[in-house]
Write a protein that binds this ligand. Structure first.
Ligand SMILES: Nc1ncnc2c1ncn2[C@@H]1O[C@H](COP(=O)(O)OP(=O)(O)OP(=O)(O)O)[C@@H](O)[C@H]1O
Ligand SMILES: [Mg+2]
Length: 227
């Protein structure tokens, strides 16, 4: 079984890209490989000028902790830790100094400046995902990968999360790659990549919800163009 087959793509620094496609088309696999959380059987992955597929496990882990942030659909917060403790975890794992003011600033930026001592089970889904975004931002990564970050959220919370990802790109110049099933979420991105059966099946710049929905409905109808 091949999850991804012959996918070649490059994403510009400082852009926001959405990845869409049917269930099982390889979106999560693509993200996991790009983020160095999984290794492709063949091929190379380069992030921020460094080849992830080149070195050993320790080197990869160090690189990932320094330059990559990851946001999951189900938040992946630790229930026994507070909001502030969850947020600083990547810094601790990387052996970096924890600047209390910076942690407060990051949490304030995601609208949780008054929740530092709360635990995840005292927060709504949208608030939990904003903690996960703060955790991804705290190391000031070059690239943020998000796998269906709004998949479990209501429309309003989703909008808050999407604006944060958009700001990471527009205000802070980071690169964001986000898997989503939602045409509205995809319209926050600069461009959309479509996957079908583990292959690239198209690309759309300046997406609108209507055009994205239309393209999704016809994915696989014809020969891929414009990739
Ligand atoms: N660790 C794995 N080993 C082998 N096959 C896998 C593995 N993970 C996923 N697959 C397979 O690879 C294909 C792509 O899976 P992937 O999870 O990337 O799809 P997806 O596009 O993210 O789907 P969804 O929208 O349901 O999340 C599927 O056929 C899946 O069964
Ligand atoms: Mg997936």
């Amino acid at each position: 079984m091949t999850a991804l087959d012959g996918v070649t793509l490059g994403l510009e620094r400082g852009t926001f890209t959405a990845v869409m496609g049917p269930s099982g088309s390889g979106k999560s696999t693509l993200l996991q490989c790009a983020a160095g959380l999984d290794r492709p059987d063949s091929g190379i992955v380069r992030v921020d000028g460094t080849e992830l597929t080149g070195g050993g496990e320790a080197e990869l882990t160090r690189f990932r902790r320094g330059r990559i942030g990851f946001v999951f659909q189900q938040y992946n917060l630790l229930d026994t830790l507070t909001v502030a403790q969850n947020t600083v975890l990547p810094l601790k794992l990387a052996g970096r100094r924890v600047d209390r003011r910076r942690v407060r600033d990051v949490l304030t930026a995601v609208g949780l400046g008054d929740r530092l001592g709360h635990r995840p089970d005292q927060l709504s889904g949208g608030q939990r995902q904003r903690v996960a975004i703060a955790r991804a931002l705290v190391t000031e990564p070059r690239v943020i990968f998000a796998d269906e970050p709004t998949g479990a959220l209501d429309t309003r919370s989703a909008r808050g999360v999407l604006r944060l990802l958009q700001d990471a790109v527009r205000v802070h110049g980071r690169t964001v790659v986000m898997v989503t099933h939602d045409p509205v979420a995809a319209s926050y991105a600069d461009s959309v990549l479509f996957l079908a059966d583990g292959r690239l099946a198209g690309r759309m710049d300046a997406p609108t919800p209507d055009r994205v929905a239309e393209r999704l409905a016809h994915l696989g109808d014809d020969v891929p163009t414009g990739v």
